[in-house]
Write a protein that binds this ligand. Structure first.
Ligand code: F6P
Length: 544
C-alpha cells in the first residue's frame, strides 16, 4: 500500500518553489538587513508569530514577503500537511524501521483516540502515567522505603542519548519546581569516572537507581547498570535489596527481568516513541520524581498545546513551520552549516545539548526515503551555550567571523529568581545581541566615534546576521513542553522538505559494532583484523 511516506515524490530540487527560491536567493543575498528594515519599517511587528505565551520575532531574517511566500509554497509542494497528518494518525512514517512516530500520543489527553495497527494507544499511555504518578508520590513523600527502612534521598538516572539528555535537560530546566530534599544525578558515559563521581558521596540505602533504556541492551547503560548493582549490593549485602533500589524504564520487559528488576517496578513505553522524542514518556520518570506528577502533567499539557498548534494553525502562522523553513533557507541557499541556540536562562543550560540529539540524530541523513543520495545539504549542526556566558566566549566569531551563523535567542519576560537588576540586564543583552547581529556598525559610525584610522576596519561590525528571538512569558512546565515540541516539529518540517527519514538513526550502528569487536581485541579474547592505524592504537592501549 502506498502511504504518504512511501509515495513517489518529485525530487526536492525539481519542485517549482525550490527553483524559484534559487533565483530569489540571488536577489536577496546582496541585500543588508539595514536596507530591508528601511524598506519595510513595520516588519518588526509584522514578521512575528505567537502562540499562547510564546512569541517568535523572525523579522531579523534575510527575507522579504516574497521569500516567505516561496518558502510556504515549498512546504505545500513538499506535502507537509499530508505528512503531518500521517504522523498524527499513526501511519508508519519511520519507513526504514517500519514504525509509527507517535510522541504526540504521549501527551494526548485521556479520551483522544490515536491508533497504531488498529489499536488505540492513549489508554496505555495514561495507565503508565498513573503508575509513574503513584510511584513518584510514594518516593517523594518518603512512603517508599529502601532496604534498610530509610527514605530515598538521591535518585540516579542511568541512561544515554534520549534516555539521558531529555531527563537531564528537564531536571535542570524545572529545578525551580523541584522537591529540594530529593537530589538527582545522571550517569550516562561508559567512562567509569561518570559513575564513580556521581556516587562518590552516596549511601546505597538512600539511593534509587532508574535504569532508563528503551532497548535495555545499550552497552553504556547496561555496563553502568551492572556497576550500580554491584555498588549497591556491596553495601546492602542482599539480592533482595535490588527491588527497593532499582526500577527500570524500558520497552523490553524480558531484559529488565533478566537484570533482576521486578517488572512491577518497570515503567513501559512503546516502539513508536523514538529515543530522542521520549522525555515525555516514562523516560521522564526522574523529571516526575523531581517536580511531582502535577507539574509533569502540566509539562505534557504544554507539549500537547504546541502539537495542536502545529497540526491546525495555517502554515503562515505556524511557529514550528516558520522556524523549519527559515532553517532550510539558510542551510540550502546561504550554505550556513550551523545554528547557534542561545538560551538566556541559566535553567536552560542543557537545552542546546538536548537539541543536538533531537536535531542532528533526526536530520543528519544523506539519502532520501527511497534510498537515493540527497544531492543537497540536510541537517544543520546545532550548538550553543546559555547567554550571557557565550557572549564572552564565541560570539566574537558570530559577529565578526567569516561564517554565517543564524542564531536562536531564547528569553523569558519574567524571571523565576528576581534579584536586583539581574533580569533587566539579562534581557537587555538578548535584545542588544539581536540588534547588533542584524544591523552591525558601519565604518562611518566607527569613524564618527573618533577611532584611529588604522583601527576602523577592526571595529566595524558587518551585521546582516540573522536571528530568531523567542520570547516566552515565564519558564513554567507548560512553557518548557511547548518549547521542546516547537523544536520537535521544526525538525519534522525540515525532514519532510529534505525527503528523509527523521526518525531512524542507522548512523550510530557501525561504531557500536566495531566497539564490541575491539573490546575483544583489548582484553585479548579476540584478534580481529583492522587497518594499520587502529591495530597500532589497540596495541599501545593494551600495554599494561
Ligand atoms: O545513539 C543511539 C540511540 O539509539 C539513541 O537514539 C537513543 O536515544 C540512545 O541510543 C539510547 O538508547 P536506549 O534508550 O535504547 O538505551
Amino acid at each position: 500500500m502506498s502511504t504518504v511516506a512511501t509515495a513517489v515524490k518529485t525530487p526536492l530540487t525539481q519542485l517549482p518553489a525550490w527553483k524559484a527560491l534559487q533565483a530569489h536567493y540571488e536577489a536577496i543575498a546582496p541585500q543588508h538587513l539595514r536596507e530591508i528594515f528601511k524598506q519595510d519599517p513595520e516588519r518588526g511587528t509584522r514578521l512575528t508569530a505567537s502562540f499562547e505565551d510564546i512569541y517568535l520575532d523572525y523579522s531579523k531574517h534575510r527575507i522579504t514577503d516574497e521569500t516567505l511566500k516561496l518558502l510556504f509554497e515549498l512546504a505545500e509542494q513538499s506535502g507537509l500537511a499530508e505528512h503531518r497528518e500521517a504522523m498524527f494518525s499513526g501511519e508508519k512514517i519511520n519507513t526504514t524501521e517500519g514504525r509509527a512516530v507517535l510522541h504526540v500520543a504521549l501527551r494526548a489527553p485521556k479520551g483522544e483516540v490515536i491508533q497504531v495497527d488498529g489499536k488505540d494507544v492513549v489508554p496505555e499511555v495514561h495507565e503508565v502515567l498513573d503508575h509513574m504518578s503513584e510511584f513518584s508520590d510514594r518516593v517523594r513523600s518518603g512512603a517508599w522505603k529502601g532496604h534498610t527502612g530509610k527514605r530515598i534521598k538521591t535518585v540516579v538516572n542511568i541512561g544515554i542519548g534520549g534516555s539521558d539528555l531529555g531527563p537531564v535537560m528537564a531536571y535542570e530546566a524545572l529545578k525551580h519546581y523541584s522537591q529540594r530534599d530529593l537530589h538527582f544525578r545522571f550517569v550516562s558515559n561508559i567512562d567509569g569516572t561518570d559513575f564513580a563521581e556521581a556516587t562518590e558521596d552516596l549511601q546505597a540505602d538512600e539511593t534509587l537507581f532508574i535504569i532508563s533504556s528503551k532497548t535495555f541492551t545499550t552497552l553504556e547503560t547496561m555496563t553502568n547498570a551492572h556497576t550500580a548493582r554491584e555498588w549497591a549490593l556491596k553495601q546492602l549485602g542482599d539480592d533482595k535489596a535490588v527491588a527497593k533500589h532499582f526500577v527500570a524504564v524500558s520497552t523490553n520487559a524480558g531484559e529488565v527481568s533478566k537484570f533482576g528488576i521486578d517488572t512491577a517496578n518497570m515503567f513501559g513505553f512503546w516502539d513508536w516513541v523514538g529515543g530522542r522524542y521520549s522525555m515525555d514518556s516514562a523516560i521522564g520518570l526522574s523529571t516526575m520524581l523531581a517536580v511531582g506528577p502535577e507539574n509533569f502533567r502540566k509539562l505534557l499539557a504544554g507539549f500537547h498545546s504546541m502539537d495542536q498548534h502545529f497540526r491546525t494553525a495555517p502554515l503562515q502562522q505556524n511557529l514550528p513551520v516558520i522556524m523549519g523553513l527559515l532553517g532550510v533557507w539558510y542551510n540550502n541557499f546561504f550554505g550556513a552549516q550551523t545554528v547557534a541556540v542561545l538560551p538566556y536562562d541559566q535553567y536552560l543550560k542543557r537545552f542546546p545539548a538536548y537539541l543536538q540529539q533531537l536535531t542532528m540524530e533526526s536530520n543528519g541523513k544523506h539519502v532520501t526515503l527511497d534510498g537515493a543520495e540527497v544531492g543537497y545539504q540536510t541537517g544543520q549542526i546545532f550548538w550553543g551555550e546559555p547567554g550571557t556566558n557565550g557572549q564572552h566566549s564565541f560570539y566574537q566569531l558570530i559577529h565578526q567571523g567569516t561564517k554565517l551563523i543564524p542564531a536562536d535567542l531564547i528569553g523569558f519576560v519574567e524571571t523565576l529568581n528576581p534579584l536586583g537588576n539581574h533580569h533587566t540586564y539579562l534581557m537587555a543583552n538578548v535584545f542588544a545581541q539581536a540588534e547588533a547581529l542584524a544591523f552591525g556598525k558601519t565604518a562611518e559610525e566607527v569613524k564618527a566615534e573618533g577611532t584611529k584610522p588604522e583601527l576602523v576596519a577592526h571595529r566595524v561590525f558587518e551585521g546582516n546576521r540573522p536571528t530568531n528571538t523567542i520570547l516566552v512569558d515565564k519558564l513554567t512546565p507548560e512553557a518548557l513542553g511547548k518549547l521542546v515540541a516547537l523544536y520537535e516539529h521544526m525538525v519534522f518540517t525540515q525532514g519532510v522538505i529534505w525527503q528523509i527519514d527523521s526518525f531512524d538513526q542507522w548512523g550510530v550502528e557501525l561504531g557500536k559494532k566495531l566497539a564490541v569487536q575491539i573490546i575483544g581485541d583489548l582484553d585479548g579474547s579476540q584478534h580481529n583484523k583492522h587497518d594499520s592505524s587502529t591495530t597500532a592504537l589497540i596495541a599501545r592501549a593494551s600495554k599494561k
